[in-house]
Design a protein. Sequence first.
Length: 164
Amino acid sequence: MIAAGSAGAPFSGLIRLEEGLKPEDVKRTDVLFVMARESQGNGLAGRLVAVKRLADVEFPVRYEISAADLMIPGLPFAGPFVVTARLDRDGDPMTRGEDDLYATYPDEVQVAQEGVHMTLKKGAPKTIDAPPGVRAPGSSAGAHAPSTQPAGGTGATSPTGSSR
């Protein structure tokens, strides 16, 4: 859960392609979204807290998520987080293509954590939402459903691709 009034240093890692996928399989128009959601414990993800949108990437790619990537500016950047990534083939965070690539970090991520490495694979991951009938606090969407709220920070683009 995110504690009010606290902020933390960024977490970072590398994202690689699964063995058998080649860097030339990635098109310049593909967009990589790295998402941090509140951890509800036991691998369950709550609301989307921060998103990093990376375009025209070459793999492996290093990323860092910080308070500059918050979905709601001013929200505290504190963990633990459930971190996922998606290489979106059409660049639209609202759609899912069968050729999109996905990754999920297997453990909770803390602020200032380094080595949050993930491997993008074919096929959507298992859901990490609360079980049916149980609604995670502050969450109204699925663990991998993108938010339509603008991302925080400066000089970047929101998950919808619009400039801020």
